[in-house]
Structures are given as structure tokens and as C-alpha cells.
Design a protein around this ligand. Structure first.
Ligand code: SF4
Length: 382
């Protein structure tokens, strides 16, 4: 199975924490949407005709697409790609764009999953993040979704926004789960240099939230949501039984996916391809019949490291037998002293040939991955 990701690089305004590729100037939107359809045609061989089980409109703000634009892109996909019977079609949407008419249209187009960017239900925090919507708009959008035909949806929330936000975080989670979304993505606020927050941090206008504070927010959410029946299946993701995101799961399972649009990237097991992340350059290249991208051919060590990193983020863990079978690589033999120490400190465990992070381990997942990853020229021990 394979996936298609469509990047819609437009937003009404820039959120203070965001380092995704987007523009707040929508003048080129209809031209760029034409180019997206053209790129879909140009890339029709990329997935080698494998059935597509997930189509994901991400961004930016895909809910800024007009119904005509959405229809044209889905028709292009249907005409040039082979779709699995139960294809999951997700659109990321912001609360201010959700209304009965849009939801009815999404449903008519075959969209069967929404990913709603709520981030918080607290007006003070929403203003601080520079989100377009208010708390009441977020609630109204969820009420609207509840009575629509699309009952499969995910909700994004952010924690670790400020040192004094524990009460707000508890309220945000309570508000969210009262709607019983079947999927939740919870992100710890990170501050990247290129963002407004990054600039404020440099100027000393804001301070980083402590790791302890963020860890408490993470642990609180884990304990609350698992007690309500949610499966914590990936560090940032929770779902009710059988509602894992196909889109995310295909990334972690190393399945092929095709990324369309500026800034999107593709993976075909052998290499990764990164489209230019500039709207004007993207349009210019597609109009001249070419796709502007850079290519990274994956080495054996790249592939091993990706398996370690992505596997450890999930509840299924890093598959030690698969590393042996696919790469003749014995992670335990290679990193036994580090792994022994991590197990002794209760950061990880081994269960049925899988290396799995415990809750304390999840809090330092990036650090653990980097300890286990291999250097390109490390000698083979297998
Ligand atoms: S709406 Fe999403 S993509 Fe756009 S600026 Fe905000 S976080 Fe970034």
C-alpha cells in the first residue's frame, strides 16, 4: 500500500510557532492548485501503481481550498492512481473554515477523515500562538462536525506553551475528550529559530518552558487519555480502538508515499525526494514541464537509523528481527552496553524481539534514538 500527501502552502496568518512552508499571500492559489494537478499527472509512475490507501491534504491550511479545487485534485488522483477500496482521505482543517456547507462538500467528495487544528480552547493561549480562531469557534466547529456525516476526526492540541498552563492543559484535554474524537495528536511546543517565537526568544521577550513542565504535561495527558480508553500508539498520537491514522502509520511502516506541492517530500524506499519549498519556483518549474526537487539516496545506515527512530516512537517498538532480516544488522549486539543501561534505568524494555520505550523513555526519545543510531562507516558486527 502507498500514500499520497498534497501540500497546500497557504494560510490566513502566520502562527507564532510555525516553521512549515506556507504563504499568507493567496494570489497564486488557483495557479498553484493547477500545478498540483499537473504534478500528480507527471508523478503517476512514482508509486509503481501500488494501491493508494491514504490521501492526505496537509499544509498550510488545506481548508482554504475551494470546493472546485478540491474536486479537481481528487478527480486527478482517481484518474491517474489506483485507489485501495477503503482509502482514507484526510483533510487538515482549521476551525474557522468548518461549517455545514464545507463539511457537506467534503463528504460528497469522499473525504472520510478530518484533522482539526484546535491547538487550545483557551483564548489567551490562542492569541499568544497567533491562531486565527477563538475558543468559541473551536467549540462551534466540533459541534458542527458532530452532526455531520464525517465522524472520523482527529484533533490537534499543543502543550508546554507556558510555565503556568497546567490548569489550561487539563481543561483543554477535558473539553476535547467530551467530544469523543477518535484520534488526538498532542504536540509539545517546540521553538524553532525561523519562527516568531524563535525571534522573541533570541530577543529575550519569552523564555523556554522547562523540560520538567513539558514532561508533566505529557504524563498527565498519557494517564488521562489511557484511562478513557485511548491507545497511546505513537509519542504524539492517541486513538480509540481501530482508529489509527493510516497516513501516519504508513510513514512509520516505511511504506512508499508521494508528496505533491511545494515543500512536500516523497519516499520510495530507495530515496527521498524534496520538492522546492518556494511557491513561485514551484509554479515556474511545473509550468516548464519539470519538477524542482532535490534527491537524497538512502544508504544502508540511513535506512537502519530511520527504522530505529520511527520504531521507537511507536508502541510497537523497533523491530529487532526486521533489522536482522532486512539489513543483517544486530542492534543488540552493536549497542548492548547502551541498551543494557537504558533497560536498567527503566527507559526501555525488550518484548518479543521489539525494543520498546517506556513512558520515561518516551520523554527522551530523541536522545535515545541518537544514542542507538549508527554512523555510515561503522564496521559491521553481524
Ligand atoms: S495554520 Fe498551520 S501551517 Fe498555517 S501558520 Fe498556523 S500552524 Fe502553520
Amino acid at each position: 500500500m502507498a500514500g499520497i500527501y498534497i501540500h497546500i502552502p497557504y494560510c490566513r496568518q502566520a502562527c507564532n510557532y510555525c516553521d512549515f512552508h506556507f504563504s499568507t499571500n493567496l494570489d497564486s492559489k488557483s495557479l498553484l492548485m493547477e500545478c498540483i494537478n499537473q504534478e500528480l499527472v507527471m508523478q503517476q509512475e512514482y508509486l509503481s501503481k501500488e494501491p493508494v490507501s491514504s490521501i492526505y491534504f496537509g499544509g498550510g491550511t488545506p481548508s482554504l481550498m475551494s470546493s472546485k479545487e478540491l474536486n479537481a485534485t481528487l478527480e486527478t488522483i482517481a484518474n491517474y492512481y489506483s485507489l485501495a477500496d477503503n482509502v482514507e482521505i484526510t483533510i487538515e482543517a482549521n476551525p474557522e473554515n468548518i461549517n455545514d456547507e464545507n463539511l457537506g462538500h467534503y463528504y460528497d467528495e469522499g473525504i472520510n477523515r478530518l484533522s482539526l487544528g484546535v491547538q487550545s480552547f483557551n483564548d489567551r493561549l490562542l492569541r499568544y500562538l497567533n491562531r486565527v480562531h477563538s475558543s468559541s469557534e473551536a467549540i462551534a466547529s466540533l459541534e458542527c462536525i458532530e452532526k455531520s456525516n464525517i465522524n472520523n476526526y482527529s484533533l490537534d492540541l499543543i502543550f508546554g506553551i507556558s510555565e503556568d498552563d497546567h490548569d489550561i492543559w487539563a481543561e483543554d484535554l477535558d473539553t476535547a475528550i467530551a467530544f469523543k474524537p477518535n484520534h488526538l495528536s498532542l504536540y509539545n511546543l517546540t521553538i524553532e529559530d525561523s519562527t516568531v517565537f524563535g525571534n522573541w526568544l533570541k530577543k529575550g521577550k519569552i523564555q523556554l518552558v522547562s523540560e520538567e513542565h513539558s514532561a508533566e504535561g505529557y504524563e498527565y495527558a498519557h494517564s488521562l487519555l489511557t484511562s478513557k480508553g485511548y491507545d497511546h500508539y505513537e509519542i504524539s498520537n492517541y486513538c480509540l480502538p481501530r482508529h489509527h491514522s493510516h497516513h501516519n502509520t504508513s510513514y512509520w511502516n516505511n511504506e512508499k508515499y508521494l508528496g505533491i506541492g511545494p515543500g512536500a517530500h516523497s519516499f520510495n524506499v530507495v530515496s527521498r525526494q524534496f520538492n522546492v519549498n518556494n511557491n513561485a519556483k514551484y509554479i515556474e518549474s511545473i509550468k516548464s514541464g519539470e519538477i524542482a526537487y532535490s534527491l537524497e539516496t538512502l544508504t544502508r545506515s540511513d535506512k537502519i537509523n530511520e527504522q530505529i527512530m520511527t520504531g521507537l516512537r511507536t508502541k510497537w517498538g523497533c523491530d529487532l528481527q526486521a533489522l536482522k532480516d532486512h539489513f543483517q544488522f544486530d542492534l543488540i549486539k552493536r549497542r548492548h552496553s547502551i541498551i543494557d543501561e537504558l533497560i536498567r534505568k527503566n527507559f526501555m524494555l525488550i518484548n518479543e524481539e521489539k525494543l520498546i520505550l517506556t513512558l520515561p523513555g518516551q520523554l527522551i526519545a530523541d536522545h535515545i534514538s541518537s544514542e542507538l543510531m549508527i554512523e555510515p562507516l561503522e564496521p559491521d558486527l553481524v
